[in-house]
Every structure is written in structure tokens, then in C-alpha cells.
Design a protein around this ligand. Structure first.
Ligand code: SF4
Length: 263
């Protein structure tokens, strides 16, 4: 007989080893959680997995899987592994998502720390500000060197916003609640650009953004797009029909106490 490596051979000994598989399973998990036999699946030549229902409370649809091996030249089988596997109807935990992908703005509480990666593309060493090509060529050792030198020379912040970090921030702010497309801005009498309550920024972001300093505005103390706006604009005027009605002419009360007593 010529072996065909592409075709799995059914092994009668391994297929028939249901009782041995159940015995191995009961030895591992006890008899209170093992239900009826379900099926045997050939995994490879001489390797079969036998499935049993799991009747453990809280595990609907789960199945015990006992993999047995019948080695060539051996009379009996060897138990390879005993595991509990979910079926189609099993209740499973949602897929795990790394915390870095789960974290949202506002999640930080007092005392929490959120360190950035050493190669976070939003930041570049201070020396390289405005040089987008250089930051890509630095490995972490070189970055550390730059940081040490910057610290020693007292140059202040070791890292600052990269161009990418700046663009990301600008786009986020522009698209957010302090951007030009929100209803508040759409119905504003004028833009923040011309508002006396706008505090100008310095640096590249100053061309598009400032800080609102009107304590009665919704966006007080927030970075606003220069194309944002609100009804608390410093030059906002009420329309004629929105003005309060004029006061009537004053009436002089000339009655005295004596006049009243004469009545
Ligand atoms: S008061 Fe309104 S218009 Fe003026 S800066 Fe603040 S948000 Fe802009």
C-alpha cells in the first residue's frame, strides 16, 4: 500500500475509544458536569477528538473535547488533551480590545497616568520642531540622546508637537463642538475672529484658533475655531423687534395727604 500524505486515514482504534475518552474526562472534571456523547472528529492520522455535552450550570452550548491518539504499533490509545470549548450557542465574552484602543477622552481620573509611546508620531524632540523628515529617521536610542541633551541644556520641554500632531489637533478642534459647523456657530451674528472676547494664541495654530474668554458663552475657556461663533459675540446687537418696548412717559403724582382726606 502506498501512503498518500494528503489524505487522512481513519483510525478505528482512536474512533472507537469513546469510553476511554469519557473515563479520562471524568477523571479530570468529575461526573457532575459531563453529558451525552456528541461526536468524534478525526484531526489527523490516528488522532481523534471526542466531544461530550457540558452540563455545568452557566455553560450552555459548551462542549468537552477529549483528543486521543493511537500511535502506530500501539494497542491502546493515549489521551492528548481535555479541554472545554464553546459551541455556536455559547455565551462568550466580547473580543478583547487593548486598553490603548478602548480609552476615550474623559476617561482619565485623578491619579491615573497615560504615558505616551517613545515614538508617538504626535511629538518630536524640541530640536526638530518644524523638520518633519528628521523625526522619522531617529531610533529610540537617538531620541533618548536628544532628550538627555535637551534636559542638560535646560531647553525646557524635551518634546513638542510634531506637524502631524498639530494637524491632528487642528482637525479635531475644527470638526468638534467649537468648530464652524455646529448650529450655535451657524446661527451666530459673527465669527469668533471678530469677537472682543477672543484671546489669540501664539504659534502655528494661532492662524485658525483662539480661546474664548466670555464667562457667559458656552465655550468660555475653550479653544475655538476662528470661524466658530455664538450669540454672546462682543458686537452682537438685538434686532429692533427683539428690543424691549419703550417705557411710557413719566406721570407725576401731585396728590398730597391733605387732598386724600378731603375726599
Ligand atoms: S463669545 Fe462667542 S463669538 Fe466670542 S469668542 Fe466666545 S464663542 Fe466666539
Amino acid at each position: 500500500m502506498v501512503d498518500n500524505p494528503g489524505v487522512m486515514m481513519t483510525d478505528d482504534v482512536a474512533v472507537a475509544a469513546v469510553d476511554a475518552a469519557r473515563a479520562a474526562l471524568l477523571e479530570q472534571v468529575g461526573d457532575g458536569v459531563v453529558g451525552e456523547y456528541l461526536e468524534g472528529v478525526t484531526e489527523d492520522d490516528g488522532v481523534v477528538t471526542h466531544y461530550f455535552t457540558c452540563i455545568q450550570t452557566g455553560y450552555p452550548g459548551w462542549r468537552w473535547a477529549v483528543t486521543v491518539v493511537h500511535a502506530p504499533g500501539q494497542d491502546g490509545i493515549t489521551v492528548d488533551e481535555v479541554v472545554l470549548l464553546p459551541g455556536q450557542d455559547s455565551i462568550l465574552a466580547p473580543a478583547w480590545v487593548p486598553w490603548r484602543e478602548r480609552i476615550q477622552p474623559g476617561d482619565l481620573g485623578p491619579g491615573d497616568l497615560l504615558p505616551v509611546d517613545e515614538d508617538d508620531p504626535r511629538l518630536v524632540p524640541t530640536y526638530l520642531t518644524g523638520d518633519p523628515g528628521d523625526d522619522a529617521t531617529l531610533d529610540s536610542a537617538e531620541r533618548q540622546q536628544v532628550k538627555v541633551i535637551a534636559d542638560e541644556l535646560g531647553l525646557g520641554r524635551p518634546r513638542v508637537l510634531s506637524i502631524e500632531g498639530r494637524l491632528l489637533a487642528a482637525q479635531r478642534w475644527y470638526d468638534g463642538d467649537q468648530g464652524p459647523d455646529v448650529p450655535l456657530a451657524q446661527s451666530a451674528p459673527a465669527n469668533c475672529y471678530s469677537c472682543g472676547f477672543l484671546v489669540r494664541l501664539s504659534g502655528p495654530l494661532a492662524t485658525g484658533f483662539g480661546v474664548c474668554a466670555n464667562e457667559f458663552a458656552n465655550d468660555d475657556a475653550r479653544v475655538v475655531s476662528l470661524r466658530h461663533g455664538c450669540g454672546a459675540h462682543s458686537e452682537a446687537q438685538l434686532r429692533k423687534k427683539q428690543l424691549p418696548p419703550p417705557l411710557p412717559d413719566p406721570v407725576f403724582d401731585t396728590l398730597s395727604r391733605g387732598d386724600l382726606e378731603d375726599f
